[in-house]
Design a protein around this ligand. Structure first.
Ligand code: ADP
Length: 374
């Protein structure tokens, strides 16, 4: 039996907001996604009111779950700050995720101690870029697969809420199920546990989510997911170094960050901003990867340095961070990515997979002490 948006709205209309009006008239509901018995939506309120809204969120979730035919429901409470008001409190809003509340980072404290760890996950690492289109997501997925090939248990969280690409890069389209404790079960492919906001909402919906909502949605995907035991969780960050990215860098319990850059100057300037952002919040930068480093002809293998190759290596040396490797601009990388067959999995014996695995090896080496602790 399929559930319609109207059925969901009818049941939400019987719930009162903290101010006494019907939830459906309170002007707080996002678009409602209802398909195959799976219902997802968010309640977007001001940060200062978030605590008062948590019981309403729980009531809404219970009401929707009671609709015949509903198999999965997730209602996110997201907090938005008024223009000109104080910055959003750490990790979204007070009361949004009380079970995981923690102190905001203090200057100079160890990144290891600042946020509550995620039980079962030894190391969460970010893959970041100063701007979009540099191959961050492609690299994040192939890096995750390289870590898998080293014998590690790996998860991948697509936190690029503005433009989630994991559905395309992995070919996954299913919506995650909830377990008995109402945690989402990540999708499994290529031996990875994978979660993306793109599995939950339509692409257009994800694109219009605003800054402070990002943290709330990412927190849910980080904490309210049954990740199981993982050595490494690779987080594909939203591109850029704005408020939303800084809040994420600050609030996700990161053991390190990998920065992806192309060789062009412009991209390097953005990469420098990314580096500064992670340093500001005391997240160790594990290194810089130069993507689209040089063009390699798919027919004759000839190499051309069309973007003035080597910029990222030079920059990494100057900034005193490890240089992790150069990935060529190659048709095979683009074609496999866009077909949902990432290269490290579909062409494991080729030269490019070896490059990703070498990068993964350096990342693993830097995380050795924490991975061994699990
Ligand atoms: P971002 O996450 O930075 O926006 P994507 O990973 O989505 O970037 O990559 C953007 C496009 O570039 C995709 O079509 C992808 O297949 C392609 N791409 C990424 N890295 C390479 C590469 N090394 N060689 C060829 N194409 C690449």
């Amino acid at each position: 039996m399929s559930v319609t948006q109207q059925q969901v709205l009818d049941s939400l209309g019987r719930i009162k907001s903290p101010r006494g009006v019907a939830l459906t008239n309170a002007n707080v509901l996002s678009a409602i996604s209802a398909s195959d018995g799976k219902v997802f939506f968010s309640i977007n309120v001001e940060a200062a009111e978030a605590r008062a809204w948590e019981p309403v969120r729980a009531e809404a979730e219970a009401a929707v779950r009671a609709i015949p035919g509903v198999t999965t429901v997730m209602v996110a409470l997201t907090a938005e700050r008024k223009p000109g008001s104080a910055p959003p409190p750490s990790r979204g809003a007070p009361g949004v995720q009380p079970a995981h509340a923690h102190k905001p980072p203090q200057g100079g404290t160890s990144p290891m101690s600042r946020q509550s760890e995620i039980p079962g996950i030894a190391a969460v690492i970010a893959v970041a870029s100063g701007k979009g289109g540099v191959g961050k997501s492609t690299t994040a997925l192939n890096l995750a697969l390289g870590l898998r090939d080293l014998g590690l248990k790996v998860g991948l969280l697509d936190a690029d809420i503005y433009g989630p690409s994991m559905p395309r890069l992995t070919g996954l389209r299913d919506k995650p199920e909830l377990n008995a404790e109402r945690k989402m079960i990540p999708l499994k492919r290529f031996g990875l546990a994978i979660m993306s906001i793109g599995f939950l909402v339509e692409e257009e919906t994800a694109m219009i989510w605003r800054g402070p909502m990002v943290m709330s949605a990412v927190t849910q995907m980080l904490r309210d997911v049954e990740w199981g035991t993982l050595d490494v969780l690779v987080v594909d960050m939203p591109p850029g170094t704005g408020d939303a990215q800084l809040t994420l860098a600050q609030n996700v319990p990161l053991k390190g960050a990998v920065i992806i850059s192309t060789p062009q100057d412009l991209s390097l300037i953005d990469a420098r901003r990314g580096l500064a952002m992670f340093r500001k919040v005391n997240v160790p930068v594990l290194g810089i990867v130069e993507n689209m480093s040089y063009f390699q002809c798919p027919h004759c293998g000839t190499r051309s340095d069309i973007f003035g190759h080597g910029g990222a290596r030079h920059e990494a040396e100057k900034l005193g961070v490890p240089f992790l490797g150069e990935i060529p601009l190659h048709m095979a990388i683009r074609a496999t990515s866009d077909a949902g067959n990432p290269l490290v999995d579909s062409q494991p014996d080729g030269p490019h997979a070896a490059i990703y695995r070498a990068i993964a090896g350096q990342v693993r080496d830097q995380l050795k002490s924490v991975i061994a602790a699990v």
